[in-house]
Design a protein around this ligand. Structure first.
Ligand code: MN
Length: 233
């Protein structure tokens, strides 16, 4: 089965529980729509796991991009002192930064801004629409839109045609008042295959809400786990 998820923000244990819950294993695939790191205490552990796991494919979120921007600036300032650069990079993650190595840094730098499959596109924040309300191909969208867009999540934004877009970036509680995945079905379609949806908003705001969800592309079901201690006050 193929699953999509987004915005885990360093919640390693909850992510592992969710993968257990869906019995994620050898033949399965997980698409991660960015913001693996920051906020939670186990960013590097989560990142290391996801980058090393066959069947997992990630795109960059604005949080990974911010880290890379810091990395590129450090390399410009002291291009030959790799030890010093790595030490500073470890300080980016107050939780488990000491676990950070060059494999994770290089792994992040190699991530794409989007993944386009036959039936769906994975991107962190959204895609722009053209004047006729059609999706602009992700390859011609500006980086800032893919990473930071705040328009695409609005329920009024209904692309006229195009593939299903899987995205996160903003917790769905700011759209619907609840911490759940929002799968938007096309007019007259029942939501039985991914083609029946035009967008799937995945960010359940786990760091605050304690709820983490993923969506199965193949049977169109949502799955959730909750942090035992609940939402953060
Ligand atoms: Mn984000």
């Amino acid at each position: 089965m193929r699953y999509v998820i987004s915005d885990m923000h360093g919640e390693y244990a909850l992510t592992m529980r969710l993968l257990d819950e869906i019995k994620f294993s050898g033949g399965d695939e997980l698409y991660v729509c960015g913001d693996i790191v920051d906020k939670g205490a186990q960013s590097v552990r989560l990142l290391r796991f996801l980058l090393g796991e066959p069947g997992v494919r990630c795109v960059l979120g604005n949080h990974e991009y911010a880290f890379l921007t810091y990395y590129w600036a450090l390399m410009k300032a002291s291009p030959s002192d790799f030890d010093e650069v790595l030490e500073k990079l470890r300080g980016w993650f107050p939780g488990d930064g000491r676990l950070l190595g060059w494999d994770e840094v290089d792994g992040l730098e190699a991530l794409p801004l989007y993944i386009e499959e036959e039936q769906f596109v994975c991107v962190h924040a959204g895609l722009p629409l053209d004047g006729e309300n059609r999706l602009v191909p992700p390859g011609s969208a500006r980086e800032a839109v893919l990473l930071e867009d705040r328009n695409f999540m609005r329920p009024q934004v209904v692309p006229r045609e195009g593939k299903c877009v899987c995205f996160g970036h903003t917790p769905t509680r700011y759209v619907c008042g609840e911490d759940r995945i929002l799968a938007y079905a096309r007019d007259g379609r029942r939501g039985e295959t991914v083609d029946d949806f035009y967008k799937i908003h995945l960010d359940t705001g786990v760091w605050l809400s304690g709820t983490l969800g993923c969506f199965c592309i193949d049977d169109c079901t949502a799955h959730y786990v909750k942090r035992p201690s609940g939402a953060r006050e």
